[in-house]
Write a protein that binds this ligand. Sequence first.
Ligand code: IDP
Ligand code: MG
Length: 135
Amino acid sequence: MAIEKTYNMIKPDGVKNGHIGEIITRIERVGLTIERMELAMVTPEEAQANYAEHEGKPFYDGLISYITSGPVVKMVVSGENAVATMRKLMGATNCAEAAPGTIRGDFGLTVDENVIHGSDSVESAEREIGVFFGA
Ligand code: IDP
Ligand code: MG
């Protein structure tokens, strides 16, 4: 048993395009638990903290302005292998390469607007939950 917590976020395009309900349904259907959830704007400080590993990359400035461009849905999701299970539900980073049946494969078209964020490890999840929900 590996009960984990992960940080997920429906990004501005997912909210704007009306996919909150369908995404939440997929998370619940697989058996994971939504422990916390909030509709909010991402502040520039939160965006920089969340994406520090990408600072200096060509897409960094666009990524920060996109993630702060409209409301997101912030979530703490928990359950068996929650980190890997959410990454599986999300699909590949680039929606154009994400398999049909995944959230990114079904609700997005590009890499720069890719519908949902999910932590890539238990350590990242702890850090990101702290950034977005406080310690
Ligand atoms: P992930 O979200 O699947 O973990 P990362 O490589 O951690 O993917 O990238 C973080 C975010 O940065 C992506 O979700 C996407 O929004 C954005 N991103 C990554 N690579 C590119 C790119 O090549 N062009 C534009 N945006 C990108
Ligand atoms: Mg990542």
